[in-house]
Design a protein around this ligand. Structure first.
Ligand SMILES: Cc1ncc(COP(=O)(O)O)c(C=O)c1O
Length: 205
């Protein structure tokens, strides 16, 4: 916020994971900081918190003049979000929130299982404060992340994505998402551990 104010910048804050935050972390909207409301475009949507990716509903909050400018190109692109999707989003917001809570509890459980399993397999990683991904360093395997992912897929059937797909210049990281049910994640983790061990054996021989 200080940087943006000093250099008179507009901040685009994608807060789509703002509700998926693991305690004791807390979500902070940058627009709530002093002086930021008038220079922030806050983005959000229903794809993550309500698992409604296919419904294509999102929204933004921004100063009035910016909204006016953003509305024009938006109209040119698709006129409006479908009415059915808007009603579905409204139902998600105003309906019972237990499904969200159950989904978030499942993510927390998978995260808690996966982190020690990765440590045991010899990986280091960033502890996710939110969302449903673990950014994992595969450099100790001696494989660059794109090669790691391709070989893992071909040899074990487990599909993960290298960080390079998300703009990372380093080839050290893969992105593991824990959106699948825990038993599948456990199966995948077993295959990953076997792959890492056989790769080490091959490299050593
Ligand atoms: C940070 C971030 N923003 C936005 C999106 C996509 O949102 P939408 O489905 O609303 O286009 C994703 C999906 O992976 C994401 O990770």
């Amino acid at each position: 916020a200080e940087l943006a104010t000093r250099h008179d910048l507009i901040v685009v804050a994608d807060e789509i994971y703002g509700q998926l935050i693991y305690p004791p972390n807390e979500h902070l909207s940058i627009a709530t900081l002093p002086g930021m409301r008038e220079r922030t475009v806050t983005l959000n949507g229903f794809s993550k918190s309500y698992a409604m990716t296919g419904w294509r509903v999102g929204y933004l909050a921004a100063p009035r003049d910016l909204v006016a400018m953003l509305t024009e190109p938006r109209h040119t692109l698709s006129i409006n979000t479908s009415t059915i999707s808007q009603h579905a989003a409204l139902a998600a917001l105003t309906g019972p929130q237990e499904p969200f809570e159950a989904m978030f509890a499942a993510y927390a459980e998978r995260r808690a299982w996966l982190m020690p399993a990765l440590t045991e397999a010899g990986f280091t990683y960033g502890h996710p404060g939110g969302a449903f991904y673990i950014y994992t360093n595969v450099s100790p395997t001696g494989l660059a992340a794109p090669e790691f992912c391709e070989r893992l897929l071909r040899e074990t059937g487990v599909m993960l994505f290298p960080g390079t797909m998300f703009g990372d210049e380093s080839t050290d990281y893969i992105r593991i998402s824990y959106l699948q049910p825990l038993p599948l994640i456990q199966e995948a983790m077993g295959r990953i551990a076997t792959f890492v061990a056989s790769n080490a054996a091959r490299a050593g021989s």
